[in-house]
Design a protein around this ligand. Structure first.
Ligand SMILES: *[C@@H]1O[C@H](CO)[C@@H](O)[C@H](O)[C@H]1NC(C)=O
Ligand SMILES: *[C@@H]1O[C@H](CO)[C@@H](O)[C@H](O)[C@H]1NC(C)=O
Ligand SMILES: *[C@@H]1O[C@H](CO)[C@@H](O)[C@H](O)[C@H]1NC(C)=O
Ligand SMILES: *[C@@H]1O[C@H](CO)[C@@H](O)[C@H](O)[C@H]1NC(C)=O
Ligand SMILES: *[C@@H]1O[C@H](CO)[C@@H](O)[C@H](O)[C@H]1NC(C)=O
Ligand SMILES: *[C@@H]1O[C@H](CO)[C@@H](O)[C@H](O)[C@H]1NC(C)=O
Ligand SMILES: *[C@@H]1O[C@H](CO)[C@@H](O)[C@H](O)[C@H]1NC(C)=O
Length: 624
């Protein structure tokens, strides 16, 4: 996700994950930058060692896939975790591409924290071994051109975030919406000025362009493998070619895992290039039709408030020794729940001023608490207990942990580091503008809507989720004055022809495999069902767990086995399959957690590595 947007209102919010990255230069990103500059871009794939055990490449592609006379280029930053066996080993299973969502999250940073775990998840020891490949999609990270409208000026970025924060939530009414509209107009001007100075990027970062880049990457990986095979004078890849492309002329095929927004991207790819699909796993499923059409993002929050209900139920059952918000005298879950909401209403009426240890003044509102709780629903297993602690302390007047958490998820910019960071030149791993650029270009044009239209939109989302609706409205609100429209556009319907395992041009090699938790706060099961129904033969795995995306939120040997078999054989269980998980959010000493820790802590600054609300560090709104 971490993978949000918008305006200024909630920019901050959107930015949750983003801001964390933005304000937290760390040694990793510095090292990164040096590595990347040393790599010369090329039209063919050439890998260089990078990081620790990874390989990186910079692939040159046309900036505008729709105009062959336009000779401008984009340079895609690619990182790969090699397979644990050599490419010529009979158990080598080829490349699996992964996208972490956002949109706007960096695949290069994702693969560093999650690559090994993902590889363990899909590999079958001594039977099948994959290399894991990811990339910074257009506009993002080490890929150029960048969508950075502020060009390293962290001060102006944070000034903008603070004003957005001061404006409050979009649910505050027409006044806040009007101020927010003015702020999105201001950002639009800032981004246009930036393009005038630095060249075009924003019109070319949308999902159809990225899907075309994926075709190019798959082709280049195949070419590289052929070059290497020839130089080795053997023919080790017959088995592999059967899955990733026929020797006789059929085009190479993609093996892919997309998370969250990455499922929408997968849907664009599968629909536009069905004959290029080898294997496709979509985890945490976005309703791509809702994403690409109409006001947009209306289908995300079907189950959000139900997860919060489960939080109260679980807290009450676990009792005060496990859930700090419970009290021995509570008769039911309604008691802690009632205390919480009356505290939040109180904060709405009378926000709480906090002076931080370094002297900054932060005004904590009910809106802050709703966003923080909403963010925690992304990852209940590690998140619920620490959320309960944080809220319990804050309700008793100790806001230390609350402020730490708000900083961690980017509700407040990291002012302490703003000045020392003023000359920062390393690319940020998550840029709000990169997120807006994709969301706004993929969705319908909603500029020129007035405040009343937006007020109605905000309320539609709040009717879906009392907790998260207002925050969620920011995602599309960020498009309210967005000035760039793409030429290469696609609106669906998102569907594929029947899979043909023997490989036929124009048909996927295997049906699509969809994964969803029973309750997902931002990509509900309803969306997974709707998407799966448009792909013949597709399977849906429902994991009995809560949180955003299945892999990484709960351990399930069942899910793991189905995914590994799918990559090996291209087969899926028929229809819907239910997978149990090993641990719940309130379990103590549960040994089954985690199977795949996507290791969010790695992307955050040291002071948050103590585990405080690490679950909240995801890339909002639709990423992992
Ligand atoms: C294609 O690119 C060329 C060269 O940049 C430009 O002159 C032309 O206007 C472009 N065509 C379209 C349809 O954008
Ligand atoms: C790109 O095309 C323009 C004319 O459209 C030409 O002036 C320029 O030299 C070309 N650049 C490259 C790198 O080929
Ligand atoms: C407030 O909470 C923090 C940790 O969350 C703790 O270290 C500190 O001692 C607490 N302060 C007081 C006055 O209890
Ligand atoms: C940033 O760079 C400018 C020009 O190189 C320099 O004058 C200034 O001191 C630097 N600021 C910081 C905080 O390093
Ligand atoms: C889209 O195409 C039109 C001409 O058809 C051209 O004028 C315009 O510059 C193009 N825009 C982009 C973003 O390529
Ligand atoms: C969990 O482990 C801790 C320390 O190892 C122990 O004190 C506690 O009783 C255990 N809890 C349960 C429910 O097993
Ligand atoms: C997660 O990241 C931390 C900090 O970089 C590291 O110490 C830890 O080993 C990582 N865990 C996994 C499972 O990769």
């Amino acid at each position: 996700m971490s993978i949000r947007p918008e305006p200024w209102l909630i920019l901050g919010a959107l930015l949750l994950g983003l801001v964390t990255a933005i304000t937290n230069p760390d040694s990793t990103s510095q090292a990164l930058r040096l590595d990347w500059e040393a790599i010369s871009p090329s039209r063919d794939l050439t890998y260089y060692d990078c990081y620790d055990g990874f390989q990186c490449a910079r692939l040159e592609v046309p900036l505008d896939w729709a105009n062959s006379t336009d000779n401008r280029t984009a340079i895609i930053a690619i990182a790969k975790l090699p397979a644990v066996v050599s490419d010529s080993d009979p158990s080598f299973g080829g490349s699996i591409f992964v996208n972490p969502g956002g949109p706007g999250a960096s695949g290069v940073s994702f693969i560093q924290r999650a690559g090994h775990n993902l590889q363990n998840f899909v590999d079958k020891p001594s039977r099948r071994h994959y290399e894991i490949v990811s990339w910074d999609p257009r506009g993002i990270g080490h890929t150029t051109p960048s969508s950075d409208c502020f060009h390293s000026n962290l001060m102006s970025r944070n000034a903008w975030l603070l004003e957005e924060r001061g404006n409050g939530g979009l649910d505050k009414g027409l006044g806040a919406i009007k101020h927010g509209l003015s702020m999105t107009k201001g950002l639009s001007q800032r981004c246009k000025d930036s393009e005038d100075q630095h060249g075009d990027a924003m019109a070319y970062v949308n999902s159809p362009s990225v899907a075309r880049d994926m075709v190019q990457m798959v082709d280049k990986v195949d070419e590289l493998r052929k070059r290497e095979d020839t130089s080795k004078h053997d023919e080790p890849h017959l088995e592999l070619k059967k899955r990733t492309g026929k020797p006789e002329g059929d085009a190479p095929r993609l093996q892919y895992i997309g998370f969250s927004y990455g499922t929408a991207l997968g849907n664009y790819f599968a629909t536009l290039y069905p004959g290029r699909v080898g294997r496709m796993v979509l985890d945490g499923v976005v309703n791509a039709d809702d994403y690409a059409n109409g006001p947009g993002w209306l289908s995300s929050l079907d189950d959000t408030d139900e997860i919060l209900e489960q939080f109260w139920r679980g807290c009450h059952e676990a009792g005060p020794s496990v859930c700090a918000l419970a009290s021995a005298s509570d008769a039911s879950a309604s008691d802690p729940k009632g205390r919480f909401w009356s505290w939040v209403s109180h904060l709405d009426e009378a926000p709480l001023p906090v002076v931080t240890s370094t002297g900054f003044i932060v005004t904590v509102t009910g809106n802050d608490i709703r966003k923080l709780v909403g963010a925690t629903l992304y990852d209940p297993v590690p998140g619920f207990k620490s959320l309960a602690n944080t809220l319990h302390q804050a309700m008793r007047g100790n806001t230390t942990s609350l402020i730490t958490s708000m900083l961690a998820i980017g509700h407040i910019p990291d002012l302490d580091n703003t000045c020392s960071d003023k000359n920062r030149t390393a690319p940020l791993s998550f840029l709000p503008e990169a997120h807006f650029a994709v969301v706004c270009a993929d969705g319908d044009d909603i500029t020129n809507k007035d405040a009343a239209w937006w007020d109605k939109y905000v309320h539609r989302l709040m009717d879906k989720s009392k907790l998260f609706g207002s925050y969620w409205a920011n995602i599309r609100f960020s498009c309210s004055n967005w000035p760039f429209r793409p030429n290469l556009s696609f609106k669906g319907p998102f569907k594929t022809p029947k899979a043909v395992p023997s490989l036929t041009a124009g048909h996927p090699a295997a049906p699509l495999l969809f994964l969803s938790n029973r309750l997902d706060p931002v990509t509900p099961l309803n969306s997974a069902r709707a998407m799966a129904s448009d792909h013949p033969g597709a399977a849906l795995i429902i994991q009995e767990a809560m949180g955003h995306c299945t892999i990484g939120t709960a351990a399930s040997d069942c899910t793991k086995m189905i995914v590994a078999d799918y990559f090996e054989y291209g087969t899926v269980p028929s229809g819907e399959t239910i997978c149990k998980t090993q641990c719940g959010p309130w379990d103590e000493n549960c040994s089954g957690y985690p199977t795949v820790d996507v290791n969010r802590s790695k992307s955050t600054r040291g002071q948050f590595r103590d585990g405080s609300l690490s679950s909240a560090m995801r890339m909002f709104p639709l990423g992992v």
